[in-house]
Design a binder for this molecule. Structure first.
Ligand code: ADP
Ligand code: MG
Length: 393
């Protein structure tokens, strides 16, 4: 039986239709600057903290997870500098890293995916344990898989599978158990955004997949694959940030392509090619496009969305992200007091670093009370470096 049969062919039980997961939290253990931390996710979560405190390192955990189904574990690790670089170092001694992602389907209790790695010799790694438990339906049904890096065992509807063998260093996500398939899809619904405006602006090779590249190297192809309505939706959202944009159109030059931005000026419309647009416009455009692509991401992760976007436009960008967060969870890192004033205070996460270790916590209850009273805004506290995290219990 294929996974699809399992998804659809059961008449006796509630069919396990795995729709969109809601991401609940990520736990980082011995990962980059974190010894151990848990980041709880809401609809719109914002990480704030000084430079080098660990904001980007938390985001890297999502990138790594997203890269596993796309590239396989060995390449995913290599893309992040390799296993050895990812291990947390404090007092010079590196430790075995692990990530644990929790998420939920509808009203079912939380599901999780866990990946722990360990050193073999020198800088090489092995999968120490990789497992997932997926809870679904209203009657407490569950499936799981569990791998020790050599063999994966699984259970589906009370039927245990003796499991299959996994090549050394590989993830079990493509080995067949339904629970692995569900995790595979959940990780693929994470979209990280690392826009390089130069790539968005340059002539691009047509891409076959239509899947949004986080750096923005195939924005012309992705845009072209959209319906007319979705194209116009992207242009309208962008016009809230860059006034005057009326339309965006694909343009082809022999075997390369780019986009034309049609902008209204004092005397009629003018057309600008992507390379003529400002970095801020290209970044904002790419973010709007990522939100509108055919397969909608369920979690979108954006580092410092304020970069290259002027103050007046920033509020429009945050409003768009907020509206989107009803269907796509948003996680940002930011230094912008103007942005954090727009984010619910309960969704702010303070990141800080002490003695080479990163920590992460919600805003302290005491500070939340002050903020709720309206006497001061989160942005003002951020500027005063007085946004206190909840003390560890
Ligand atoms: N493997 C590691 N072990 C411990 N600390 C690390 C590791 N890799 C990077 N770091 C530390 O992480 C810090 C950078 O964190 P980062 O998340 O980029 O900060 P920011 O909050 O500015 O985004 C650096 O100070 C670096 O020393
Ligand atoms: Mg950073």
């Amino acid at each position: 039986m294929t996974d699809l049969d399992l998804l659809t062919n059961d008449a006796s039980e509630e069919p396990p239709l795995f729709g969109a997961p809601r991401f609940l939290s990520i736990e980082l253990t011995n990962f980059l600057s974190y010894k151990h931390a848990r980041l709880d996710l809401s609809d719109f979560t914002a990480l704030v903290g000084p430079n080098a405190s660990g904001k980007s390192n938390a985001v890297k955990a999502f990138r790594l997870l997203r890269d596993i189904p796309t590239y396989g574990l060995p390449v995913a690790l290599a893309r992040h500098g390799g296993y050895d670089q990812l291990r947390h170092r404090s007092n010079g001694r590196p430790n075995d890293p692990a990530l644990r992602l929790t998420f939920a389907f509808d009203d079912a209790s939380a599901s999780f995916y866990e990946l722990s790695l360990a050193s073999v010799s020198g800088k090489r790694y092995k999968v120490k344990r990789e497992r997932a438990e997926i809870n679904y339906g209203s009657r407490g049904a569950k499936i799981y898989f569990d791998s020790d890096g050599h063999r994966v065992v699984s259970s589906e509807r009370g039927e245990d599978s003796p499991g299959s063998v996994i090549p050394p260093g590989q993830s079990a996500l493509t080995t067949g158990p339904l629970a692995a398939f569900v995790v595979y899809n959940a990780l693929r619904s994470i979209q990280t955004i690392e826009i390089n405006p130069a790539l968005v602006g340059s002539l691009q090779e047509p891409s076959s997949t239509g899947e949004f590249d986080p750096a923005g190297s195939n924005t012309a192809s992705v845009f072209e694959s959209l319906s007319q309505d979705d194209r116009q939706a992207v242009a309208e959202r962008l016009s809230a940030i860059v006034p005057g944009i009326v339309r965006i159109e694909p343009r082809s030059f022999t075997d390369q392509q780019t986009l034309a931005f049609i902008q209204s000026t004092g005397n009629g419309n003018r057309e600008f090619l992507a390379k003529q647009m400002s970095d801020g416009t290209l970044r904002a455009f790419a973010i709007m496009l990522a939100l509108t692509q055919d397969v909608r991401p369920r979690l979108i992760v954006i580092e410092e969305p304020e970069v290259a976007i002027h103050l007046g436009a920033l509020q429009s960008l945050v409003e768009i992200l907020q509206a989107e967060s009803a269907t796509t969870q948003v996680l940002i890192t930011t230094h912008s007091a103007d942005i954090i004033d727009e984010v619910p205070v309960e969704s702010l996460r303070v990141v800080w670093s002490t003695d080479g270790r990163s920590y992460l916590a919600p805003v302290s209850e005491h500070t939340l009370e002050v903020l709720r009273s309206g006497m001061i805004t989160p942005g003002a506290l951020l500027r005063a470096d007085a946004l206190d995290p909840e003390p560890a219990s």
